[in-house]
Design a protein around this ligand. Structure first.
Ligand code: CTP
Length: 436
């Protein structure tokens, strides 16, 4: 059970925070709601108190003997602010302590997650952009608002992500805090301790591909694969929880968009190739979890192919671009130097020697080799893998949730980023961690 502070700003999306509170409680957490004074105009104090089973105060003058403006922040495992209004982000960025919530934000030593919700104009205003940058630079996680219907008839970027998605971010942040100890970091932090609550991907850009591409035969048929995108989405959420600015290129995924990443939807391998290369230039880490079709039909019929009593024509295929190989070739010639490239090899019969050859062929730093088929892999909740490093290292990851697996792989990526930023030649490191 974690101690979560749910900060609520004065926005209409406060009503969604009631559902978020319920989900956090159902997940077993102890939740203390700290609304701003004006947030109570949207949802009243009795609602928060009844749903949380905890007292609710907005200012620093209640229960002064317990010094709540310091104690709440100091003892929390997570502070989650939803909705975070433009005003609240500005006060937090300025380091103000004008009410119990902002005082709690100043005293918190745990991860802090802001889920902004406001009108598109406010979200896009340079003042808000700057406040968000300041908070991110300080290590806070600011998830991207969802795009969709806003309070009035208008639509755009600024919606509060759905409560279930915010719960997923909260869970990922809390579990990365504890699973930091599962995979010991290659180097200790500056204080000599383990990676714990540090958002160790803060200020980094992570690009993830997910799902399975589709290659059209005609307007109603395609060649595709069974990939559901679960592992890629787990990577995106895990990277958001570690403070990264995440872009997710999703091919035909039916899962709800995760809270946090910018999502780009694609259909075919060529669409994904264009999107990934366009996004790659500024990425620090690229994770290619997508199942990309190696071939596409040479010919796409403009109308539905009919049987017409004929013997069917054979489908002639042509090769698609190899996205991962192209990303690695471009990194070699145009940079950015130090970018970490991670490939996936989903194999029905994993063979590490063959996988090593694939890693070399693709030119990536890490290759995550995992078994698929016969109920394993695609769509399942858990996964297991062996991560091969370009330096010859081999890290087995026993069966665990796809989110936990993503966290271990990201820990390896962070170790590579840290070594590069200390100006050590790549590929590195000789010793990657063993995962128990
Ligand atoms: N990949 C890619 N572009 C392709 C095919 C694969 O970027 N056209 C990426 C996948 O996203 C994955 C990695 O390359 O990260 C390995 O994919 P895999 O299908 O295992 O490799 P292939 O090159 O297709 O080799 P094969 O299917 O023959 O094993």
């Amino acid at each position: 059970m974690a101690r979560v502070i749910l900060g609520v700003g004065a926005g209409i999306a406060a009503y969604k925070a009631c559902e978020l509170l319920r989900l956090l409680k159902e997940a077993g957490h102890r939740v203390r709601v700290v609304p701003t004074h004006d947030a109570l105009r949207f949802v009243g104090e009795p609602t928060w108190a009844a749903l949380s089973g905890e007292p609710v105060t907005t200012d620093v003058w209640a229960g002064v003997d317990e010094v709540p403006h310091v104690r709440l922040g100091q003892t929390a495992d997570l502070v989650l602010v939803a909705p975070a209004t433009a005003d609240l982000l500005a006060r937090a960025a300025a380091g103000m302590a004008s009410d119990l919530l902002t005082a709690t934000l100043l005293t918190a030593r745990c991860p802090v997650v802001y889920a902004p919700a406001m009108h598109t104009e406010m979200w896009e205003h340079p003042a808000t952009r700057q406040n968000v940058s300041v908070l991110r630079a300080r290590g806070a996680i600011v998830v991207e608002p969802a795009v969709g219907r806003l309070t009035g008839p208008d639509t755009g970027s600024g919606r509060l992500p759905e409560p279930a998605e915010l719960l997923a971010v909260a869970q990922a942040v809390l579990s990365s805090r504890t699973s930091g100890g599962v995979c010991p970091p290659v180097t200790p932090g500056p204080d000599g301790g383990e990676r714990d609550s540090d958002p160790d991907l803060a200020g980094r850009r992570v690009l993830v591909s997910a799902g399975g591409t589709r290659e059209e035969l005609d307007p109603v048929r395609f060649l595709g694969n069974w990939s559901t995108g679960t592992q890629g989405y787990a990577f995106a959420s895990a990277a958001v929880a570690r403070g990264a600015d995440v872009t997710l290129v999703a091919a035909n995924v039916e899962l709800p968009d995760p809270a946090g990443p910018k999502v780009i939807k694609v259909v075919s391998a060529r669409d994904m190739h264009a999107a990934m290369l366009a996004q790659a230039r500024t990425a620090d880490v690229i994770v290619m979890t997508a199942a990309v079709a190696d071939f596409r039909p040479v010919k796409r019929s403009d109308s539905k192919i009919k049987k017409d009593g004929r013997v069917p024509e054979p489908i002639v295929l042509t090769a698609n671009p190899d996205i991962l190989a192209d990303l690695s070739a471009r990194r070699a010639t145009q940079g950015p130097a130090g970018q970490v490239l991670i490939g996936f090899a989903a194999e029905t019969h994993p063979d590490l020697e063959v996988a090593r050859a694939k890693l070399a062929r693709k030119g990536c730093d890490l290759l995550v080799v995992n078994p698929v088929g016969d109920g394993r892999g695609f769509g399942s909740v858990e996964s297991e893998a062996v991560v091969l490093g370009a330096d010859g290292s081999c890290t087995p990851i026993p069966r665990r949730s796809k989110g936990a697996l993503a966290d271990v792989v990201l820990t390896l990526a962070v170790a590579l980023l840290e070594l590069v930023s200390r100006h050590i030649d790549r590929p590195v490191p000789a010793r990657l961690c063993q995962v128990s």
